[in-house]
Design a protein around this ligand. Structure first.
Ligand SMILES: *[C@@H]1O[C@H](CO)[C@@H](O)[C@H](O)[C@H]1NC(C)=O
Ligand SMILES: *[C@@H]1O[C@H](CO)[C@@H](O)[C@H](O)[C@H]1NC(C)=O
Ligand SMILES: *[C@@H]1O[C@H](CO)[C@@H](O)[C@H](O)[C@H]1NC(C)=O
Ligand SMILES: *[C@@H]1O[C@H](CO)[C@@H](O)[C@H](O)[C@H]1NC(C)=O
Length: 181
């Protein structure tokens, strides 16, 4: 009976090792935090030299439009704190989008939010998801991050804030909600 109250030595050393091994992780990561961001993509899809989203590949003999399956766009959009193009810079939105639906309605989006502002300089968030191009609000997953956003996960919505077809310019509002340590 009494032996039930005596800790087994091998159990004890095992749990001690576990605690020691965990210690560095516990020290670096305390509580799960939630961060919400609102930022704006300044997106210039003109055919000119200052375009920030460019079609780079497609199917031979098909038009390179955003409703044609197989079209690949590369994007390097300025990210700003407000909707105006000259409002405070937050970083860049860099990535690719592939029209991935036969009917042209959905695109696979792989996008890094590359922060260069004071608060998040050097950190990134990685967005991935299926964007329903013709919905007013599209939502993709935030699958990871680095720097301040290590182990991040969450979601991001996109909605058009300004669209000027005449100059092929649009401003997209992006709301991000992430949990991270
Ligand atoms: C978009 O880029 C074109 C040239 O590529 C330029 O003429 C136009 O001014 C740009 N639009 C804005 C709002 O910067
Ligand atoms: C492209 O941007 C540069 C730098 O802002 C500007 O000097 C140039 O006029 C722009 N080109 C066009 C075609 O808008
Ligand atoms: C961000 O980091 C880079 C590289 O460390 C540095 O050159 C730059 O000045 C920093 N920017 C801000 C806004 O702190
Ligand atoms: C994004 O955030 C803004 C400002 O908080 C809010 O007005 C807007 O409704 C949000 N959009 C979505 C799709 O949640």
């Amino acid at each position: 009976m009494a032996s039930n109250f005596i800790p087994n030595l091998s159990d004890f050393s095992f749990s001690l090792l576990l605690v020691l091994a965990m210690a560095p992780f516990l020290a670096q990561s305390s509580e799960l935090k939630e961060t919400q961001l609102v930022l704006y993509f300044q997106d210039n899809v003109s055919a000119g030299p200052n375009a920030t989203s460019l079609p780079v590949a497609g199917i031979a003999g098909k038009l390179w439009t955003f409703t044609q399956i197989g079209i690949v766009y590369v994007t390097d959009d300025p990210l700003t704190a407000g909707p105006e193009p000259n409002s405070a810079s937050i970083g860049r939105g860099q990535g690719i989008a592939v029209v991935a639906a036969l009917n042209g309605r959905n695109a696979l989006v792989l996008l890094s939010l590359v922060f260069t502002n004071q608060e998040y300089n050097g950190s990134t968030l990685e967005l991935q998801g299926n964007s329903k191009q013709f919905e007013q609000v599209t939502e993709v997953a935030v699958v990871s991050g680095i720097g301040r956003f290590r182990f991040a996960r969450g979601y991001a919505t996109f909605e058009t804030n300004l669209l000027d077809p005449a100059t092929s310019y649009s401003v997209e509002r992006c709301n991000v909600t992430v949990q991270h340590y």
